[in-house]
Design a protein around this ligand. Structure first.
Ligand SMILES: NC(=O)C1=CN([C@@H]2O[C@H](COP(=O)(O)OP(=O)(O)OC[C@H]3O[C@@H](n4cnc5c(N)ncnc54)[C@H](O)[C@@H]3O)[C@@H](O)[C@H]2O)C=CC1
Ligand SMILES: CC(=O)C(=O)O
Length: 334
């Protein structure tokens, strides 16, 4: 095994309960997303040890070394990179970003065949070395690949889930916050369904502070959050990735931050409600598909799925989204 190894400070702060937490995070795929995620983990002090694995030895070693050179300035941690999957051994969390990336104009669903092919060999290797880890799929199309990866892994459903629409919900909150002139942290709103073209905002349950979003009065520019404004926000969220990929070839910063937030929820056993993608079982009548709904995330992975108030249109939108994910999974034998 060839490794680049740089160990930082030994000590790390405990979590909110003052405990030392187990914290080895393995990131598979050291491309734009994986490397940014490793950097974000170190910056936030999310984990004591971050390892990167990629088939591209030169690239993974260079990324790990570049991040390691900044460890003096991060809260804690160590980072190593290797082309040998054994570097992931004993990880508490494994994040999979290895996969085809969209070319301008391609949809996420267009990547299914290539990414599922990678998972057929990669997932068993990872489960071999890190059977107790919580697995977070990021590679696209994330819902289809999470479903395939879960089946390939043979792991309990709670232990294997996808980053889903945590990123999209963050984009939605950013746009609502900007429109309404409030802090993004005061917006509670979720994008549910596919992380992709059939996703939908759950407007009926969205809140700003203690006020239901649908009862919010005039926004900062004097307009109301009427159907037209909401539709344009939803469309901007849905098209964000296309726009960014057109401009710079990949999205990496916001997804890095979104996924590190999910990792923290697991490592700190936060029971945080996040719109991750997991296997649903009679959720508003939807079963046997991985897609995003507000979900409690903690040390064991995914727990309870929350069922908000939904309109008939939202319920129909969720069912339609589930169908489009399922159709692609079936096409590739899952
Ligand atoms: N779920 C989400 O919210 C988001 C998902 N993505 C997805 O994340 C994935 C990665 O995107 P980028 O980092 O931009 O792509 P990239 O092409 O920059 O990186 C992918 C890396 O995976 C590596 N890789 C491929 N097969 C591997 C294997 N079997 N084992 C180990 N490493 C392997 C490649 O060598 C490459 O370095 C794509 O599928 C992309 O669509 C990207 C942004 C957001
Ligand atoms: C690429 C992608 O899935 C995103 O940025 O949403």
């Amino acid at each position: 095994m060839t490794e680049v190894d740089e160990v930082g400070r030994d000590e790390m702060p405990g979590d909110s309960r003052g405990e030392r937490r187990p914290s080895k995070v393995a990131i598979v795929g050291a491309g734009a997303v994986g490397s940014t995620l490793a950097y974000a983990c170190l910056l936030r002090g999310a984990a004591r040890e971050v390892v990167l694995h990629d088939l591209n030895k030169t690239k993974v070693e260079a990324e790990a070394l570049d991040i390691a050179h900044g460890i003096q300035f991060t809260p804690m941690g160590s980072v190593r990179g290797s082309d040998d999957v054994a570097i992931c051994a004993g990880a508490d969390v494994v994040v999979i970003t290895a996969g085809a990336r969209q070319k301008p104009g391609q949809s996420r669903l267009d990547l299914a065949g290539a990414t599922i092919d990678i998972m057929r060999t990669l997932v068993p290797q990872l489960v071999d070395v890190a059977p107790g880890a919580v697995y977070i799929m990021v590679a696209n199309p994330v819902d289809v690949v999470t479903y395939a990866g879960l089946k390939i892994s043979g792991l309990p459903e709670g232990q294997f889930f996808g980053s889903g629409t945590v990123l999209d919900s963050s984009r939605l909150r950013y746009l609502i916050a900007r429109q309404c002139g409030v802090a993004v942290q005061s917006v509670h709103a979720y994008i549910a369904g596919e992380h992709g073209d059939s996703e939908l905002p759950l407007w009926s349950s969205a809140m700003i502070g203690a006020v239901p979003l649908l009862q919010w009065g005039p926004t900062s520019d004097g307009s109301l959050l009427d159907e037209g404004v909401r539709a344009s926000i939803a469309s901007e969220v849905k098209n964000s990735a296309y726009r960014i990929i057109e401009g710079k070839g990949a999205t990496n910063y916001a997804v890095g931050l979104a996924v590190v937030r999910i990792i923290e929820a697991v490592l700190r056993d936060e029971h945080r409600v996040l719109s991750v993608s997991s296997l649903l079982d009679d959720y508003l009548g939807i079963s046997d598909v991985c897609m995003s709904v507000p979900t409690v995330v903690g040390h064991d992975g995914v727990g309870r799925r929350l069922v908000p108030v939904v309109t008939e249109t939202e319920r129909y939108g969720l069912a339609r989204s589930a169908e489009s994910i399922r159709a692609v999974a079936k096409q590739f034998g899952f």
